[in-house]
Design a protein around this ligand. Structure first.
Ligand SMILES: NC(=O)c1ccc[n+]([C@@H]2O[C@H](COP(=O)([O-])OP(=O)(O)OC[C@H]3O[C@@H](n4cnc5c(N)ncnc54)[C@H](O)[C@@H]3O)[C@@H](O)[C@H]2O)c1
Length: 425
């Protein structure tokens, strides 16, 4: 159900002055982590009230990083009122209503739990955590906080690509009928031997490699679009192709993980062991009978960010490829056989989820808009309204984490792994 009114895109619309009461009713945000996701989220919190009518427009209160000079420059560039080098500052900051946890995976639990216990809403990056045990601790904290009206959110941002949200709606409206197949692949190629030993290649920080990074998105998208749950992983392969990588300083860690790495000389201090997968493939069964395949890799040379999902149902099929993120391919199997064929739907019409919020139809949106839409949905929910499509909370993200864990166990123990083996507390 769309409850948020699109804002007018008229270039002649006068900017309304921010009144004191609006500012008071706003949503005070603190951000922890200021690199890749820190930038994407800062942009989203800063922009969402310009595209969506929000009762509680975000106020960018404080950004927390590790390096004082860098964090101050980051705060000034992205419009944060204050910079801090101690993330625990946000716990006692009365102007902060929500903490955005955008740090490496092993820090999600400690930071999120502390924030929830301090009465702050939390929007945490994915995967929920680096371990299933920590993810469960986060869910217990979220359950306790929920009783006090404190909410949790997870940045599974691809749900908010209009085409993915539209696929979710088509399934919900019964347009695909009974679902037979889910075929999901997330292929990247930045993880060759030239890429240094970033935190993303260290299991004590990341938990896993391409698996937690990319399969997490695929599992979430598959669950979100089908509305169904995976009940069993039926075989998996885990592979680490590049066993040793160059060690770099913490300062170049995040920089190196961005596209700036390409061609840059990264000062190295010898080499160290990569302790995560470069690729994980697995098969799975859904509760309502669909069967699924998932593949995540950072070494699919020639595929830079090919996040694809295809779903085949009795009445129709959908296909999504993030490299053409504005489009959803649709096959209507109810048509006369001689009229059947794939149609390419440009999901930018006002009738598509999020379509009316940005530009006129076919004036395409990009990567950042998924985050802007998620920031808007979170702000809407915390303002007493509804999100355009469902938002994942910690409880929901734990289901994805259980599937991730089941696939790893299946690969290492060479057996089928039912989810009921993992989801107990
Ligand atoms: N939703 C998505 O599509 C998406 C994309 C990329 C990353 N992520 C997730 O976002 C999270 C962050 O990834 P990233 O790519 O932004 O990483 P990054 O390396 O670019 O940035 C990490 C940030 O965390 C900060 N940090 C590290 N340790 C800290 C500490 N102890 N205290 C305070 N800050 C600390 C670093 O200084 C840096 O600012 C990860 O969980 C990752 O899986 C999600």
């Amino acid at each position: 159900m769309t409850t948020q009114k699109p804002k007018s895109n008229s270039p002649t619309r006068d900017a309304a002055p921010i009144s004191a009461s609006t500012a008071k009713e706003g949503l005070g945000i603190a951000l922890i982590g200021t690199k890749f996701m820190g930038r994407a989220h800062s942009n989203a919190w800063g922009k969402c009230a310009q595209f969506f009518d929000l009762k509680r427009p975000p106020r960018l209160v404080v950004a927390s990083g590790r390096n004082a000079q860098e964090t101050a420059a980051f705060a000034a560039q992205w419009g944060w009122s204050r910079a801090s080098t101690n993330w625990r500052d946000v716990l006692n900051e009365s102007a902060v209503d929500l903490v955005d946890v955008s740090t490496p995976n092993h820090l999600h639990a400690e930071m999120s739990i502390a924030c929830l216990e301090a009465g702050k809403h939390v929007a945490c990056e994915k995967p929920l955590s680096s371990t299933l045990a920590d993810a469960k601790r986060m869910v217990l904290a979220a359950r306790a906080a929920k009783k006090k009206g404190v909410q949790t959110f997870v940045w599974f941002n691809y749900r908010r690509c209009s085409a993915v949200a539209f696929a979710h709606r088509l399934v919900k409206e019964g347009k695909l009928g009974r679902i037979f197949h889910v075929r999901a692949t997330y292929l990247q190629d930045w993880g060759g031997p030239e890429t240094p030993l970033l935190w993303r290649f260290q299991s004590d920080q990341a938990g896993s490699g391409a698996h937690g990074d990319l399969n997490a998105h695929l599992i979430d998208m598959a669950r979100f679009i089908t509305g169904d749950e995976i009940i069993e992983v039926v075989g998996a392969i885990e592979e680490t192709f590049i066993k040793e990588r160059a060690i770099v300083s913490a300062a170049t860690d995040a920089l190196a993980s961005s596209s700036k790495l390409k061609g840059a000389k990264v000062p190295s201090k010898g080499s160290g062991k990569s302790t995560v997968d470069d690729a994980v493939l697995f098969l799975a069964r859904f509760k309502h009978g669909a069967i699924a395949s998932f593949e995540a890799t950072r070494l699919a040379t020639g595929n830079q960010n090919r996040n694809c999902i295809e779903i085949n149902g009795e009445l129709g099929s959908v296909k999504f490829n993030f490299e053409r993120m504005n489009e959803l391919q649709w096959w209507d199997h109810t048509l006369d056989a001689k009229l059947r064929g794939w149609s390419r739907i440009m999901c930018t019409d006002a009738g598509h989820p999020y379509g009316g919020h940005y530009w006129p139809a076919a004036h395409v949106v990009g990567y950042e808009h998924g985050f802007v839409s998620q920031a808007a949905d979170i702000s809407a929910v915390l303002g007493g309204g509804a999100s355009v499509v469902p938002l994942p909370d910690f409880e929901d993200a734990l289901k994805t984490q259980c599937v991730l864990e089941a696939a790893i166990r299946s690969a290492r123990e060479h057996r089928n792994v039912p989810i009921r083996e993992l989801d107990k507390f």
